[in-house]
Structure formats: C-alpha cells, structure tokens
Write a protein that binds this ligand. Structure first.
Ligand code: FES
Length: 108
C-alpha cells in the first residue's frame, strides 16, 4: 500500500487505456505498462525482467500479459509470473482521479 514514502504521479488519461491491450507511458524516464481489466487499471514496470522486452506492447488476455519477445506471462494485478513462483515483477499501486490514471512511485 502507498504511504508517505510514495508519491502519486499522473501517467495519462483513463480514456487512453484500451480494454483489449496494454499501453505504454513514460513517466519520469521510466517505461510503465498500464493494463485496463474490468474497468480497473494496473501498472507494471514496462521492461520485462527476462531480457528487457516491452510488456506494454504485449498481449493482454484477462489479467495475464504475455511479453511479446519470448512469451513470459505475468498477472497484471501484482506482477506475479505465471509459472515461476519466485518471480514477481515490479508493480505499482494505481488509482483513477478525474479521468487521470495515477501510479504511486517510490520516493527515491
Ligand atoms: S524479454 Fe520478456 S519474455 Fe523474454
């Protein structure tokens, strides 16, 4: 959960997020992949931890995104890899306010 060590940062408009595919945004130099599932938005680091593939250009089926490079799959809710139990990719809390998608970035 976000706390005072996080800050909510706008990534884009909710209307920019399609329901059938991910979308990429660049936020403060980071690539963020946004997924819209059942009218909720979820955010993962957009760089696949396998070899750097673009998760925001992957295929979204339900709550599972498939990396376009070699097919690794993640649950967009929390970044959990679907077959490697010990691999959880970086995810970010999200919220929608006034039509804007916000993610909680850690203060660094
Ligand atoms: S870079 Fe994503 S599966 Fe290989």
């Amino acid at each position: 959960m976000p706390d005072e060590s996080t800050r909510w940062t706008r990534v884009g408009s909710f209307s920019e997020c399609p329901t059938d595919s991910p979308v990429e945004f660049v936020v403060e130099g980071r690539i963020i992949a946004i997924f819209r599932v059942d009218d909720q938005v979820y955010a993962l680091d957009g760089i696949c931890p396998h070899q750097g593939g673009p998760l925001g250009q992957g295929k979204l089926e339900g709550c599972i995104v498939t990396c376009p490079w070699h097919g690794w799959q993640y649950d967009v809710h929390d970044g959990q890899h679907t077959s490697i139990a010990t691999l959880k990719h970086t995810s970010f809390p999200t919220k929608v306010e006034n039509g804007d998608v916000l993610i909680a970035l850690p203060n660094e």
